[in-house]
Design a protein around this ligand. Structure first.
Ligand code: NAP
Length: 343
C-alpha cells in the first residue's frame, strides 16, 4: 500500500462520482452481515464537508455498532436496524465538496477527524467542525489511524487525569489502539509510564517509550507493590479492590472500558462498582466517552507533525479486509491500529 505524501494532496480533486464502493452492514450481527457493494455517494448537509477518504481505521466502537451490543446502544443507533451502516469512525482525506454554511474548509483541503461511520467507503460526509487540517508532512495513514484512539488517550490522560510531568501512570491494556496512543501521549506529557500487555506485545509497547512493561501472562501488576498517580484502565478486568491497591493517595483512576460480558449494559455495572469504591478512597474516579474536539485534534496533529507521536499501525487493509479486521477487534486482542484504505 502506498503512503500518500503532502505533495499528492495538492492535486486538484477529481469530479465527484454518483456512486462509490463501501462496506455496508445489512443489519445487526456478526461480520457475516457485512457486504462490499456500490452505494450512492452521500450529499453534504449545510454544515458538512464531503471527503474523499484516503484512510480510516477500525475501532472497538465499530464492533459495538456492528453487533448492536451492548443492547443499550440500539436506543440511539436504531432498535431493529442500525442507522450507522458503514463502519469507520476515523477519517483522513481530501475535501471534495462543502455545504453552504461551511467557511472553515475548502475543496482540496486535507483534513482528519472523527466521523459517524463511513470510513470504510470511498466518500463520506462529516460535520465541518469535527475535522481539522492534516499537518504538512503527516501521511494520510497516520492521520487516519489517530482520531478515535488518539482523542480517547488525550482526553483520558490530559483532560480527566490532568497527568503532570514526573507523575507515574499505569496503562492497563497498552497494546491496543487506545493503549498505543496512551503510552506515547503519557510520555509526551512528561510522565513515567508502566504499561500492561501480553507477552507478544511487550517489545512493541517498550519501543513506544514505556519505562516499564508488565507481561500480564506472567506477572500481576497488583502484586509488585508499585503505586501510581494515574491508572488508565482500557480493559476493566480488575476488581475495585485490586485497582485501589495500586493507587497512591490523591490518585486519579480513569475508566476507559469495562468487561463486555453484560450484553444489555456492557461495562456499566463494573464501572459503577469501581466508581463507588474509588470515591470512598482517597482518589478520584473519571469515566467518559471520547468526543470530537477541535483543540484535542490540533494537539494530536501537532504531536504527529513534531514526530512525538507515531501511530503504531499493525497493518493496512483494503475494503476486502474489513470483515476480518472487525472480527479480530471482536476478540479484544487487536495489536495497535488496523488502517483501512478504501480505494
Ligand atoms: N470511553 C471511550 O470513549 C472509549 C473510546 C475508545 C475505546 N474505548 C474502549 O476501550 C477499550 C480499548 O479500546 P482499543 O481501541 O484499544 O481496543 P483494541 O484495539 O481492541 O485493544 C484491546 C487491547 O486490550 C488488550 N488486553 C486484552 N486483555 C487484556 C488484559 N487482561 N490485560 C491487559 N491488556 C489486555 C489487548 O492486548 P493483548 O493482545 O496484549 O492482550 C489489546 O491490545 C475497548 O473496550 C473500547 O470499547 C472506550
Amino acid at each position: 500500500m502506498r503512503s500518500t505524501t503532502t505533495d499528492e494532496r495538492a492535486e486538484t480533486p477529481p469530479d465527484v462520482p454518483e456512486s462509490m464502493r463501501a462496506v455496508v452492514a445489512g443489519g445487526y450481527g456478526d461480520t457475516d452481515v457485512l457486504d462490499t457493494g456500490v452505494v450512492p455517494v452521500p450529499t453534504p448537509g449545510a454544515g458538512d464537508v464531503l471527503v474523499r477518504v484516503e484512510a480510516s481505521s477500525l475501532n472497538a466502537l465499530d464492533w459495538h455498532f456492528l453487533t448492536g451490543t451492548p443492547y443499550l446502544i440500539r436506543i440511539t443507533n436504531g432498535l431493529r436496524r442500525p442507522k450507522r451502516t458503514i463502519p469507520g469512525a476515523d477519517v483522513a482525506g481530501t475535501v471534495v465538496a462543502v455545504g453552504s454554511d461551511v467557511t472553515v474548509h475548502r475543496v482540496g483541503d486535507a483534513v482528519f477527524g472523527e466521523c459517524e461511520g463511513g470510513g470504510c467507503g470511498e466518500y463520506l460526509t462529516v460535520d465541518a467542525k469535527e475535522v481539522v487540517a492534516v499537518p504538512v508532512g503527516v501521511s494520510f495513514e497516520a492521520a487516519g489511524a489517530t482520531p478515535v484512539a488518539g482523542l480517547t488517550a488525550v482526553q483520558a490522560l490530559r483532560t480527566h487525569a490532568a497527568l503532570q510531568p514526573g507523575e507515574h501512570a499505569l496503562i492497563n491494556g497498552a497494546a491496543g489502539g487506545v493503549g498505543t496512543f496512551a503510552v506515547q501521549i503519557a510520555k509526551a506529557l512528561g510522565a513515567e509510564v508502566t504499561a500492561v500487555c501480553s507477552a507478544r506485545n511487550v517489545d512493541v509497547v517498550r519501543a513506544l517509550g514505556a519505562d516499564t512493561v508488565i507481561d500480564y501472562t506472567t506477572t500481576d501488576f497488583v502484586d509488585g507493590g508499585a503505586r501510581f498517580d494515574v491508572m488508565m484502565d482500557n480493559v476493566g478486568n480488575r476488581t475495585p479492590a485490586e485497582c485501589l491497591a495500586v493507587l497512591r493517595p490523591g490518585a486519579r483512576f480513569v475508566a476507559v472500558s469495562g468487561p463486555k460480558t453484560d450484553r444489555w449494559l456492557g461495562p456499566i455495572p463494573h464501572i459503577i462498582r469501581t466508581a463507588l469504591a474509588v470515591r470512598r478512597a482517597d482518589a478520584s474516579f473519571h469515566q467518559f466517552t471520547a468526543s470530537p474536539n477541535e483543540a484535542d485534534l490540533r494537539f494530536l496533529g501537532d504531536l504527529l507533525a513534531e514526530g512525538r507521536l507515531t501511530p503504531e499501525i499493525d497493518r493496512v487493509i483494503g475494503l476486502d479486509g474489513v470483515a476480518a479486521g472487525l472480527a479480530e477487534i471482536g476478540t479484544g486482542h487487536t495489536r495497535a491500529k488496523i488502517v483501512v484504505r478504501p480505494s
